[in-house]
Design a protein around this ligand. Structure first.
Ligand code: MN
Ligand code: MN
Length: 307
């Protein structure tokens, strides 16, 4: 059995792309595959799985050297199980920048495309005859991945092709794309069940800038005020994370306002202030800074970061 999974801090694309691709392998390639996740799901992904009557994938406990695995939605070994280079990686499907570090003992099938989400890549790999007759839940999960990763086409990572595929799927499913996206974002904005530390690590990627290592955390929401109301707790949680993780110097925490298309970043000490000032050309006054138009970590935050 092939184990299919995405990155740690699983999001909708990582989780649902693993489900979609295992469905495809089981149905169309006669390979026995099963989807897994590497951590707790966010409330948007829980909503999506529930909406499309899909079971939550099992938590991946451990990988053995002879396990065959397929990785989706990342190519970064830091976001994967520790022993990823010691198992049988047979396929990698992704849409992120190539960071290096993955190694295999045998040749591996790699598809990486500059599209907004992994599910769009999967859609294209499956081919027209398969995608025109997808089961309802698989088409629904595919649409959800695109809406999630593009923030309903607001993110600059969106390509015309992602939009076309999403609109085609919504038509096929006979659902209203806009109201469904709003339901997803409302689910994502309900953070009441998360601890402050849970919010800091929910959607977080480690990223090196010069001689400093950051955790770049984003929280996409339609109600930024509910996140800012917990600022003190979040700052304590950030201090805790920095104390626990030897390889993290600072946490950059961005609250992404999906509807107003802006980010509010926490600038709680000299280093975070300096990084935000240098990277975004702003003068930081207090312990938060609003960055208009910034919604994408991949396209607007990480490439801008400098010391
Ligand atoms: Mn992802
Ligand atoms: Mn993705």
């Amino acid at each position: 059995m092939i184990k299919v999974f995405g990155h740690k801090s699983p999001d909708t694309d990582a989780t649902c792309s693993a489900i979609i691709w295992s469905w495809y392998l089981n149905e169309h390639s006669l390979r026995d595959a099963q989807a897994f996740v590497l951590g707790e799901l966010n409330t948007e992904t829980q909503f999506v799985l529930n909406y499309w009557n899909t079971d939550t994938p099992q938590l991946l406990e451990q990988l053995d050297a002879n396990d065959e695995v397929i990785v989706v939605d990342t190519n970064n070994p830091q976001e994967l199980p520790e022993n990823i280079n010691d198992v049988q990686l047979v396929q990698l499907i992704d849409h992120h920048k190539l960071v290096g570090g993955l190694q295999t003992a045998a040749p591996v099938d790699i598809t990486m495309r500059p599209l907004a989400c992994t599910a769009t890549v999967l859609h294209d790999l499956m081919g027209e005859s398969v995608v025109s007759a997808l089961p309802r839940e698989i088409a629904g999960l595919m649409l959800s991945c695109i809406l999630s990763d593009t923030l309903e086409f607001r993110s600059p990572t969106t390509t015309p092709h992602d939009k076309d595929v999403a609109e085609k799927l919504a038509a096929q499913l006979e659902i209203d794309l806009h109201s469904y996206a709003n339901e997803m974002f409302a689910a994502k904005s309900d953070i009441s069940s998360f601890s402050d530390k849970g919010l800091v690590t929910l959607d977080s990627k480690k990223y090196g800038v010069g001689d400093k290592n950051f955790r770049v955390s984003v929280l996409e929401t339609t109600t930024p005020q509910t996140v800012l109301a917990r600022k003190d707790g979040i700052l304590s949680a950030i201090a805790e994370v920095i104390a626990e993780e030897n390889d993290v110097d600072e946490v950059l925490f961005f609250i992404i306002d999906i509807l107003n298309e802006e980010a509010t970043v926490l600038t709680y000490n000299d280093l975070t202030k300096k990084v935000i000032e240098t990277s975004f050309g702003v003068t930081v006054e207090g312990d938060t800074e609003v960055l208009p138009g910034v919604v994408s970590r991949k396209k607007q935050i990480l490439p801008a970061l400098k010391l």
